[in-house]
Design a binder for this molecule. Structure first.
Ligand SMILES: Nc1ncnc2c1ncn2[C@@H]1O[C@H](COP(=O)(O)OP(=O)(O)OP(=O)(O)O)[C@@H](O)[C@H]1O
Ligand SMILES: [Mg+2]
Length: 475
């Protein structure tokens, strides 16, 4: 990437109107620019002494001549579209340039919003940078102009980028380069975005999502899980993330459902955080009990954005969604009397199983895709098969009691060891007792052990496991 000298014509906005199509990078077609400058000079001399009609005619002629001889094509990307709504492509181009060529500018702007994790540098106004794409050279020029319509939102200057390239690359730019900017821009914005953890609360005007920064430290390196399961999950996530075209090809919404099941303290919530961190997605922690009816549920699902993990924890406890899909007539009265609402019939104040299924994978659910939906439960057997069937909950992941393999992850992360004399004792004990990974973690890092050495930590764990064994034998 290298900078170009600024086209001096661009400094004078009044000349921009007539010399619009002349905005070509300096130094490249100096002869052509020289001739056109002369033409412009003659025009400026004549302008005051001729009639308006003649003036217009001459302007049009001049423009056409310039366009005919000008070997360049220009695309402008304005901050706002014609209807004064934000032009997404402008922000994506800005992100793209910040990452790709802004260092080529003499003057840059450093920006950081509340939604970004790192500052990023954009090219300042009146600066020009060069990009290359499949052998084509492209000039980006940042500027601003008066907006066409003055609105409350847009009173002052409106910024825009002018992209200039040889006419022979027009097809390449229109069909490939702009799409490249779109995807790259999205990727850069997603990477630099402060990820958020949302939860639904009931406000004055009904339900609403509220959020905090998502900063959970769990990763797949810190989750203690059987290595084969861990590898399968990672592979599944990777193929999901890269699967946009595949999902399109098979005609399926780009979504995937995971069911995490297992006893308390086996790492289901930790696993959700690791998944979100791995994919770099936001997390929507959906509290079903705070939602009044199916309509609200549908709306709240619609308000989740793409690149997100939607979580319903303890689905078996959230609502009574465990019965058959169609409730029998004689059960209606009982169900009506119960505050926790069952499913099956259309009561306006209920969230029903079919309402939930609809929100997960009905027609509406495909509006913003690239989403992972995760349910967790301690009791998989209590759930309606319709809720967890494959295709809806595509992957069922069992989070079980701690195994020796899982313990080795804790040993590595908590104690920084790969092996130890006590490992064989611990391995034997894991075959005899059921302890959750949470208990093992606690056994290795209880308060009294914070400053203790490895031997003491492992000895403490052996004690915890022996106690669990004793308790099991008493039962
Ligand atoms: N598999 C695991 N890997 C790493 N840490 C774990 C694992 N399981 C549990 N832990 C530790 O135990 C604590 C509790 O785990 P977590 O909340 O993820 O369990 P859970 O399965 O969601 O439990 P519950 O069913 O009660 O919600 C975590 O803070 C974490 O430190
Ligand atoms: Mg949990």
């Amino acid at each position: 990437m290298k900078t170009c000298k600024r086209n001096r014509l661009q400094k004078n906005p009044s000349r921009l109107n007539i010399m619009d199509s002349l905005l070509i990078p300096a130094g490249l077609s100096s002869a052509l620019r020289k001739n056109l400058k002369i033409l412009y000079f003659v025009w400026a001399m004549l302008r005051s002494s001729i009639s308006v009609e003649l003036k217009n005619m001459f302007t049009a002629l001049l423009r056409r001549t310039i366009m005919f001889f000008n070997p360049y094509h220009v695309i402008e990307i304005h901050e706002r579209s014609e209807h004064m709504v934000r032009n997404k492509l402008y922000s994506l181009a800005k992100a793209y340039l910040s990452n790709t060529c802004s260092h080529g500018a003499h003057k840059q702007h450093a920006e950081m919003t509340s939604l970004s994790v790192l500052p990023f540098l954009t090219i300042a106004e009146e600066e020009e940078v060069v990009d290359t794409f499949q052998g084509a050279k492209l000039w980006w020029y940042a500027s601003s102009c008066k907006p066409k319509y003055i609105t409350k939102k847009c009173k002052g200057e409106e910024r825009f980028y002018r992209l200039t390239f040889l006419k022979k690359y027009r097809k390449l730019v229109e069909q490939e380069y702009l799409t490249h900017i779109f995807h790259e821009g999205r990727r850069i914005l997603a990477r630099n975005r402060q990820r958020r953890l949302f939860t639904n609360i009931r406000g004055g005007t009904g339900y609403t999502w509220t959020c905090v920064d998502f900063e959970h430290p769990a990763t797949f390196d810190t989750v203690a899980l059987d290595p084969v399961t861990k590898r399968d999950v990672i592979e599944d996530l990777m193929s999901f993330r890269e699967g946009k075209e595949y999902y399109k090809k098979i005609g399926k919404a780009w979504k995937r459902g995971y069911l995490l099941y297992g006893p308390p303290g086996t790492g289901k919530s930790t696993m959700i955080a690791a998944i979100a961190n791995f994919l770099e997605y936001d997390v929507y922690d959906l509290e079903l009990t705070a939602i009044k009816n199916n309509m609200e549920l549908k709306k709240i699902f619609l308000e989740t954005s793409s690149k997100s993990v939607i979580v319903i924890e303890d689905i078996d406890c959230s609502l009574n969604l465990t019965g058959k899909r169609v409730i029998k007539k004689k059960d209606k009265d009982e169900a009506k009397a119960a505050p926790a609402v069952t499913e099956g019939y259309d009561n306006v104040n209920t969230v029903t199983l079919s309402g939930l299924l609809n929100s997960i994978d009905g027609l509406w659910s495909a509006c913003e895709d690239e989403k992972i939906i995760i349910f967790t439960t301690n009791h998989i057997d209590k759930l309606d098969p319709a809720l967890i069937r494959r295709g809806r909950m595509d992957l069922h992941i069992e989070m079980s009691y701690c195994t020796f393999e899982a313990f080795k992850v804790f040993a590595r992360n908590y104690l920084g060891i790969e092996t130890h004399d006590l490992f064989s004792t611990i391995e034997k004990l894991f075959l005899e007792v059921n302890v959750s990974p949470a208990d093992v973690a606690e056994g290795l890092m209880s308060r009294s052990l914070r400053n203790a050495d490895v031997d003491a930590c492992l000895a403490n764990l052996v004690e915890v496991l022996n106690l669990a064994k004793e308790e099991m034998s008493k039962r």
